[in-house]
Every structure is written in C-alpha cells, then in structure tokens.
Design a protein around this ligand. Structure first.
Ligand code: OAD
Length: 264
C-alpha cells in the first residue's frame, strides 16, 4: 500500500509501536550484524557472544565489547533516530500511546530523545556484576587501562591477552560483564512482557532496519498482526516480516522515516 495510505493510518493511530534493529544505526556508521561489513561476517556470533566464551575466556569477550564501545565514541544519532524520537513526542503531546522496542545496544535512540523504550538486548553502556548482579552505568573507553589501544580482536583467536586482573570489577569484588543478552541467554522477563504487551495492543506496528531472524524480536510482528494491528516495514532489502506486512518501504531508514512519519 502507498505512503499516503500509511500516513492516513498513522494520523488515526491511537497506539503506535516501533521495533528497530541494527539497520536504524547503519547510517550513523555502526556496523550491522548480517549485511556486507556486518559483525557476524567476521566473528562467529554464537561462539563469541555466548556465556560459554565468557566462562572460558572473559578477556576475549571484553576485547570485543571494548572494541564496540570504542566504535561508538564518535557516533551520533542519524535522521532515523531523530524521526522516531519526534513521532514519540507528537504522540505524547496528543495523548496517544507510543512504545519503542529496540534490539540495539548502542543507546542512540535515547541520545536522540526517545523515552518510552524497551532495550530488548541490553545496553553497551551498562555492566552487570557476575557476583552480586548489581547493574551500573559505565562509559569508560577503554573499559580498563589494560585495554588501551587494544583495537578489534582477532576473529581466529581462541585465547586473549587479557587476564582476570585486567577486567572491570564491581565494588563487591566481582567481575563486571556487559549487561547485554548473549546467544543462549534469556531476555529479562519484564522486557519480554512489555514487548509482547505493546505488540499485542498497538494499532500500527512499524518495523525498521532488522533482518528479523533473531527471536523473540522476530516474532513480535506476527503477534501484532494476529492481534489486529497493521504492520509496516522500512528496510534496505526484503525480510521475512514482509510476509505479514501491509506496507513496505524499501530504502534507507534515515532517508525514508522523516518524510514517512511527517516529522521533517
Ligand atoms: P541485522 O544485521 O541482522 O539486520 C539489519 C537489517 O537492516 C538488514 O535487513 C539490512 O538490510 C537493514 N539495513 C541496513 N542498513 C539499513 C538502512 N540504512 N536503513 C534501513 N535498513 C537497513 O541486524 P538485526 O536484525 O538488528 O543480537 O539483528 C538482530 C540481532 O542479531 C541483534 O540485536 C544481535 C544480533 O545477533 C544479539 O547480539 C543478541
């Protein structure tokens, strides 16, 4: 269906939910996971970002996340993040409901001003103690002085140069890990419940920049559609979400969203 049909629907929507993935941050210069130049083209996702690697070799995993934090240092929200923050503001001012679910851990949506956000996969800037489970915000790059100049980890490395004493520590003495969801781990129950609720209860479900292959996020558009919402997709290329979508807008999110959401 057409842009004008979408915009008419948006104007009459009481409850809007947006789901985003790595594609929304691509125009900020942050690598996606599966496309050309994607992180999972270089690294074995299920091997590296996993509790098994953490248990066997926490230094290697910290090298990877230190590198991803380093990449973020000069990155800013792009027009797609800003458009999403602006449509939320409009909905709030007009007493309509809005919720953003993101799979991204870069926090660029928050930087752009989004408020009602569920970060399904955690945040690069939050750390969690492996001993006492306390969650702390930490913006240090490098994560500890030992990681100064460490760069990107060797994808073939099985061992790391970094030992336990090089890793960040909690005030209780426990080792801090990134507060993100790794392969084989469950999402926080409250994030799961909120994501289901806002997918079930919205009138319009907009999916932006995700290949929609990682569950449970990938299943949310089906929940929305079965609950009666219209589903729209903004993505560079076709994805499995197209099977349930009423609207498809192919191209770059930063170019499409400001106009599509009428927030230019
Ligand atoms: P992917 O890298 O799998 O997919 C990104 C999607 O964005 C692709 O379909 C691209 O075509 C599209 N894309 C790229 N640039 C775009 C642009 N400028 N505008 C619009 N679309 C664009 O990333 P995700 O779907 O987010 O999880 O990946 C989901 C999860 O897999 C991640 O959260 C991460 C990863 O493993 C964990 O680490 C737990």
């Amino acid at each position: 269906m057409s842009k004008s049909a979408f915009q008419e629907l948006l104007a009459n929507t009481r409850r809007l939910t947006i789901l985003t993935g790595a594609g929304v941050s691509a125009e900020s210069g942050i690598p996606t996971f599966r496309g050309a130049g994607g992180l999972w083209r270089t690294y074995q996702a299920t091997e590296l970002a996993s509790p098994q690697t953490w248990n066997a070799n926490p230094g290697l995993l910290w090298e990877f996340y230190n590198y991803r934090r380093q990449i973020m240092l000069d990155k800013k929200p792009n027009p797609a993040h800003h458009a999403i923050a602006k449509i939320e503001k409009r909905f709030r001012e007009e007493n309509r409901q809005f919720h953003l679910i993101t799979q991204n851990i870069d926090d660029l949506h928050l930087e752009a001003g989004s408020q009602n956000v569920t970060r399904m996969h955690g945040s690069l800037w939050l750390l969690r103690c492996c001993l006492c489970s306390q969650i702390v915000e930490n913006r240090n790059v490098p994560i500890t002085p030992s990681f100064e100049g460490s760069g990107s980890p060797d994808p073939k490395a099985k061992q790391s140069n970094f030992q336990k004493e090089d890793l960040p520590k909690c005030s209780c003495g426990g080792i801090l890990r990134p507060h993100v969801v790794w392969f084989g781990e469950s999402l926080a129950i409250e994030d799961m419940e909120k994501s289901h609720e806002v997918s079930r209860e919205c009138d319009l479900f907009l999916v932006v920049g995700t290949s929609a292959v990682v569950y449970p996020a990938a299943g949310l558009s089906v929940i929305a559609q079965r609950s009666g919402a219209k589903v729209a997709v903004v993505n560079l290329e076709p994805t499995t979400t197209d099977q349930v979508s009423d609207f498809n807008f192919q191209g770059k999110a930063g170019e499409i969203l400001p106009d599509l959401l009428m927030v230019e």
